[in-house]
Design a protein around this ligand. Sequence first.
Ligand SMILES: N[C@@H](CCC(=O)N[C@@H](CS)C(=O)NCC(=O)O)C(=O)O
Length: 337
Amino acid sequence: MASCCVSCVIPVSTTTFSIANNPRMICSFPAVHPVIRPYPQLLRNSNSFQGQSTYCLNSQLVHRKGYFSVCSMAPAAVASFVNSQDLDSKSECPPLFDGTTRLYYSALCPYAQRVWIAQKYKGLDEIECVPISLSDKPAWYKEKVYPVGKVPALEHKGKVKGESLDLLEYLDQEFGGPTIGPTEEDKKQAAAELVKYIDTLGKAGYTALSLKDAAPADIDKTVGPAFDYVENALGKYANEGPFFLGKFGLVDIAYVPFIERLEIAFSGLKNYDVTAGRPNLAKWLKAMDTVDAYNETKLERSVLLDIYKRMLEMDYFRKVGIVTDEKKAAATPVATN
Ligand SMILES: N[C@@H](CCC(=O)N[C@@H](CS)C(=O)NCC(=O)O)C(=O)O
């Protein structure tokens, strides 16, 4: 269906689609759109997406709504991929504070992905996962659920808390299942330092991605030191296992949504392999792929690649001020041992 490129809703578990503004118009859709095709995997793996789901490819709508200025982490590029099960401006608010524990999240949000991974890893099926549309957020989300308006947020015991890193700790404190946070004192200290570095990695990464016509050497100069920091950090507990602190846990969960996105964007858009010359990082990525809780939250490479392609096309990271001064942004590696 060649003309299906602007505004359509596609039931991914079948080969039919309907036009978004005319939901009754069902057509056969033999050649699944390359951007849409990845989602069935997400559906198959995710408890939160049961039954038939639909996805919307809807970039023009987003431009009309002026998302450049409104969203912090939901730019037009991201808003182009909408899970139709996401609660949006037309959806009703869940019955708040009825005793149900709810995780408000978006499959597109790396911060929310952290908490979603932890929820799955700990096997916390008692937490209901509520997908929120980032491109068409329901007004009630900010008004009634979480005044900050961002995902993730956790509704628990009559309160709503946010901030992904805080929520990772909270899940460990308040719920059962395997512990994710380190319990040893030296590892607690290492975890705090490592987690603090994620912003530096992100800034260096987005700066390097935003370089126009850059050769791999320029890219390496900008983001290489940050990945070298990660490489060295992964070496510190290598005798205990391939994860940051040896065993899989909080630091891996905190990093993976960001490293995953950067790895995909650099290899797909800048011809830069973040694992080249970084064997620990390569091992870590392989080891992460064996973690079911992570795999179940993962978007397909092509989806993330397309999102980053669009973000760079609109110079998103400069527009929102993440990339400011490219010369100063190169990260200095910090010794971790
Ligand atoms: N510091 C927050 C960041 C969360 C965040 O930025 N979430 C984005 C989606 S990735 C969001 O909800 N943006 C919507 C908005 O700002 O309106 C955390 O770690 O949880």
